[in-house]
Ligand binder design. Structure first.
Ligand SMILES: NC(=O)c1ccc[n+]([C@@H]2O[C@H](COP(=O)([O-])OP(=O)(O)OC[C@H]3O[C@@H](n4cnc5c(N)ncnc54)[C@H](OP(=O)(O)O)[C@@H]3O)[C@@H](O)[C@H]2O)c1
Length: 367
């Protein structure tokens, strides 16, 4: 480990701890070092509040002069809700800037570095670049495409089942895996399910961890079959939005609106998932966790809309043709059409296996 990676790791750790509270802004950490001593530490805490570098500069005060600042993302160059950080770094008298990754935000993209270099500072780019880019996978997509980063999550048996043929589904995975899912919910701005999951399980869809942030709850329901006494309609623990179609009954729509539910109609006779994604982007929802069931998963995957897959495999077997799997729909015709998952990882959680992978749609264009 070099001096640079040591300080950058500290900045990354602090930034990472804010997952779930900065969106739609990125996670950013910063450390200022002078004479081999840490004199300032800063982390971006919340959109609209000071950026990481500003917190670190304020902490360092006069000791920032002549020092080195480490920052996990290129300092900003634009006047947004806060002033440009690149200008603040220059003003603090810092001599060297070490950056993990450039900012994909078209408003910044290299301009921050330009300000720093023009001010005569030494700039080093690319220390822990891969880690920093991965940490902000949600921001990196949202800031460029204005569409949410979508994660498909399911808890399944080793044969891919999410319930038995009698629809018994409690519990497939262990308590430890379910706890991990609550963290995933906390990290995402919204959680999305199909209406059958609401009808069959009546879930709360909340993040039940200490200081957990309950995500916005999104239900796909083409004809507004959602029961009016379901928890997502009545409990007020988090906002609930329902996406429905042109077929939906206006009276039921009004009843739901009167209960504080937001209802969006997509233009087709069944909820159009591409339209859902576009609307969520417009509403500044930068991340969505899809928690099924299988037909909703299939609709998103077939349209190449899933960015990341997180599967919790319990070492159990159910079998049965009628037992639902986490991926239903019609399915692809040919093996050549199968979606490949890359950058895969397996983590053991108790007896379960958490699988992470990223769909690669290069065989066909994103639909
Ligand atoms: N183990 C797990 O991780 C897990 C997670 C979630 C659910 N589950 C289980 O999964 C079962 C429910 O799965 P499911 O597949 O029957 O139901 P689902 O995905 O919860 O809901 C499917 C329904 O969503 C509506 N929908 C609206 N637009 C859609 C679209 N574009 N694509 C797909 N669906 C759309 C459809 O009803 P309309 O046509 O009426 O709109 C469809 O029937 C439950 O037994 C639940 O326990 C397990």
């Amino acid at each position: 480990m070099t001096e640079h990676t040591f300080y950058m790791d500290l900045a990354l750790q602090n930034a990472q701890a804010m997952k779930g509270q900065t969106d739609p802004n990125p996670l950013v950490g910063s450390v200022i070092v002078n004479d081999n001593r840490i004199v300032g530490i800063g982390t971006h805490l919340k959109a609209g509040e000071p950026h990481a570098e500003i917190h670190a500069i304020r902490m360092a005060g006069e000791q920032a002069k002549g020092g080195t600042i480490y920052v996990t993302l290129e300092p900003c160059s634009h006047y947004g809700r806060t002033g440009p950080c690149a200008v603040a770094i220059k003003g603090a008298g810092i001599k060297k800037v070490v950056i993990a990754t450039l900012d994909p935000n078209p408003l910044v993209a290299g301009n921050g570095v330009k300000i720093l270099e023009e001010a005569g500072m030494e700039v080093i780019i690319g220390v822990r670049e891969e880690e920093a880019r991965q940490m902000n996978e949600v921001f990196n997509k949202f800031i460029v495409e204005k569409k949410p980063f979508i994660t498909l999550k399911a808890g399944t048996t080793l044969d891919g089942k999410i319930a038995t043929h009698t629809m018994d589904s409690k519990w497939i995975t262990s308590a430890a895996s379910r706890q991990d899912v609550h963290r995933l919910r906390h990290e995402n701005m919204a959680i999305l399910v199909g209406v059958n999951t609401v009808i069959e399980d009546d879930p709360e869809l909340t993040a039940r961890i200490p200081n957990g942030r309950h995500p916005l709850r999104i239900i796909l329901d083409s004809t507004l079959r959602i029961p009016l006494d379901s928890k997502v309609v009545t409990d007020k623990l988090a906002d609930t939005w329902i996406f429905t179609s042109q077929q939906a009954d206006s009276e039921k729509e009004q009843t739901l609106i009167n209960k504080g539910i937001k209802v969006f109609r997509t233009s087709s006779s069944r909820v159009d998932v591409k339209e859902v994604v576009s609307i969520l982007g417009e509403q500044l929802v930068s991340s969505v966790l899809i928690e099924g069931g299988g037909s909703v998963h299939a609709s998103f995957l077939e349209q190449h809309l899933i960015d990341k897959v997180v599967l919790y495999f319990a070492p159990k077997l159910i079998g049965g043709k009628a037992a639902p799997t986490f991926l239903e729909g019609t399915g692809f015709e040919k093996m050549a059409d199968a979606v490949d998952l890359t950058h895969t990882e397996i983590i053991k959680i108790g007896q379960d296996f958490k699988f992470i992978g990223y769909p690669q749609y290069s065989k066909g264009e994103k639909k």
